[in-house]
Structures are given as C-alpha cells and as structure tokens.
Design a protein around this ligand. Structure first.
Ligand code: C2E
Ligand code: MG
Ligand code: MG
Ligand code: MG
Length: 288
C-alpha cells in the first residue's frame, strides 16, 4: 500500500512521453539533491537471537521524506537511484551515518547496512568502507553488509574481489533476500558469506503452510551444512516465531520482534537519547 502511494505522488505529468518516464526523471532530479537537503534519515530494525530473545543488532533502513510529496518508500526510489547512479552518493551517506551512529552506542551491537549492486561494483567501494571505519572508529566486526544475489551476477569476478577486500577489513557479509530473484546455490559456495537472510515471503505463514515450511527447513539445513547462521526476515506473528525456534533458526527480524524505528526508541540499549527536536514534522517545517 505504501509502495503505491509513493509511486502515485510522483505521477504529476500527463503526456505522450508516458507518465512513468516523466515521473522517473523528476524523481532522479529530486534524488540528486536529497542528501544535501537532509531529506534522508535512517531507521533501525532489531535483529534478535530467537532461542533467547536477546538483541544482536540492527538493520539500518533508509527513509526519504520529500518536502512536498512526503514519505517515498525505498522500494520506489532505490531502483531509480540505482539507474541514475545517485545511489553511490546516497549509499555513502547511509554507510557513514550508520557507522558513525553505531560507534556511539553504549553496547557493541552489530549494524547491518544494505549495499546495492551499483555500489558494490564501484571500484572504490572497499576503500570507502575502510575510510568510514577509520573515521567513525567502529570496530569492523560490528559492521555487516547486506548484499542480494542480484548484486553479484552483474560481474561475478569483480563482486568476489570486492567481497574479499571488505572481509579482509574484518567486515561481515550477509546474503539478503535469499530465495528470491537470481537465487543460485552455487553463489553460497562461490562467495564468502557469513550469514543467510531468508526472504520474508518465505516466513509468511511458515507455521501453517506445509510447502513454505519445507522450503524454510531446507534453507535451515543448508545453513547448518555450510556452517552459516540463518536469519529469518519478516517475522510477523508468534506462530511464525515458534516454528522458527522449533526448527533452530538462529536469528529473527520482523514486525513481531520490532518495527524499524528511530534509534532513540532503543535508548536503553544504545544510550542514545531523544534529540532536542523530537517531532520529525517540526524538523522538516523548520527546514533544519
Ligand atoms: P530489505 O533489505 O530486505 O529490508 C527489509 C524490508 O522489510 C524493509 O523494508 C523492512 O521495513 C521490511 N520489513 C521488516 N519486517 C517486516 C515484517 O515483519 N513484515 C513486512 N511485510 N515487512 C517487514 P523497507 O525499509 O521498505 O526497505 C525495502 C528495501 O529497500 C530493503 O529490503 C532494501 O532492499 C532496500 N533498502 C532499504 N534501505 C536501504 C539502503 O540504505 N540502501 C540500499 N541500497 N537499499 C535499501
Ligand atoms: Mg536488507
Ligand atoms: Mg531482505
Ligand atoms: Mg529486500
């Protein structure tokens, strides 16, 4: 639903060129200015050890509030930013902001950052990660890069070289959205992943749908065989969580365990208290 709203807000041209193409051009233009105009922020979603409920870390998720159009979901603007190349600048901002914020937390929780294909194939990527780690002072082992298989297929040798470079820094890498897109079991062998994230579409109704359950069990077996912990995305109900616990899935993430929220929400764990101006809308109105 949010996806459709974000898309519709951009449909303000009606012409033969095609509304889609025009929407995209306008959005590309707006995205190029969005970092400088402070329109992005990060929210953080808990990742928890399922057997104990213990907090392990957070995934950083970008949010874009357009001054006129309001919130535009990442599923809408990330693909546009990838096509135009703006994702490199946006991705740099995400990496720097997430690492700088995490370095200040009072507990050494992990911070997972999404990396798109375009970023990964940029020749400076591992150097930039190294610089951000040095500047922020974040222990490399606390940073986890989330990479989808789609990001690997464009240029596999290059992707492998880059993953090896970031791993040499002590950074960990997780395969995101496993089971969707270009999933191939050979990718698990060819690339040095530290974790498998099962896509949320396989967790929905895992406790009531036998076919979905069979797939999730198979992925858990794969993780065990390869010695990789498995994280289940999109855990929305207690029933799903109980199934995953019974099947010894290591880590969970989803609305049932915690929604993506501003970091102040987790002040007890991070020690980060509310900023002076708490109200997001007030901040945007004042233009700061
Ligand atoms: P993702 O990396 O697979 O992130 C998980 C998405 O699932 C997030 O959507 C999250 O809010 C949502 N989610 C979490 N728990 C649940 C649940 O229980 N149920 C349901 N239905 N959804 C849940 P979000 O934040 O809208 O992000 C969508 C995608 O956009 C991400 O998928 C990721 O591919 C991309 N993205 C988000 N932030 C960034 C970023 O900083 N950089 C890049 N390159 N991509 C990003
Ligand atoms: Mg992710
Ligand atoms: Mg995912
Ligand atoms: Mg995804």
């Amino acid at each position: 639903r949010a996806k459709a709203e974000g898309k519709d807000t951009y449909r303000y041209f009606e012409a033969s060129m095609g509304a889609e193409a025009r929407d995209k051009r306008v959005m590309e233009h707006d995205l190029r200015q969005a970092v400088a105009r402070n329109e992005f922020r990060l929210v953080y979603q808990p990742q928890k050890e399922i057997s104990t409920g213990k907090m392990i870390g957070f995934e950083a998720l970008i949010r874009w509030r357009h001054p006129e159009r309001g919130d535009v979901p990442p599923a809408v603007f990330i693909p546009v930013a990838e096509d135009s190349g703006a994702i490199v600048q946006i991705g740099d901002w995400v990496m720097a902001t997430a690492c700088e914020e995490a370095a200040r937390w009072k507990n050494p929780l992990t911070i997972a950052v999404n990396v798109s294909a375009v970023q990964l194939h940029n020749p400076n990527f591992s150097r930039k990660v190294h610089e951000v780690l040095l500047r922020s002072g974040l222990a490399p082992g606390r940073l986890e890069l989330e990479i989808t298989e789609t990001a690997l297929v464009k240029d596999m040798p290059r992707a492998l070289a880059t993953l090896r470079q970031v791993k040499a820094l002590g950074v960990r890498v997780a395969m995101d959205d496993f089971g969707t897109g270009y999933s191939s079991l050979s990718n698990l062998r060819a690339f040095p992943f530290d974790k498998i994230k099962i896509d949320g579409s396989f967790i929905k109704s895992v406790d009531s749908n036998g076919q979905v359950a069979a797939i999730v069990r198979a992925v858990l077996g794969l993780g065990r065989g390869l010695g990789l912990p498995v994280l289940a995305e999109g855990v929305e109900t207690l029933g799903e969580l109980k199934f995953l616990d019974a099947e010894a899935c290591e880590i969970g993430q989803g609305y049932y365990l915690g929604r993506p929220s501003p970091i102040e929400t987790f002040g007890e764990l991070t020690g980060v208290t509310a900023p002076v101006i708490q109200d997001e809308d007030a901040r945007h109105r004042s233009g700061s």
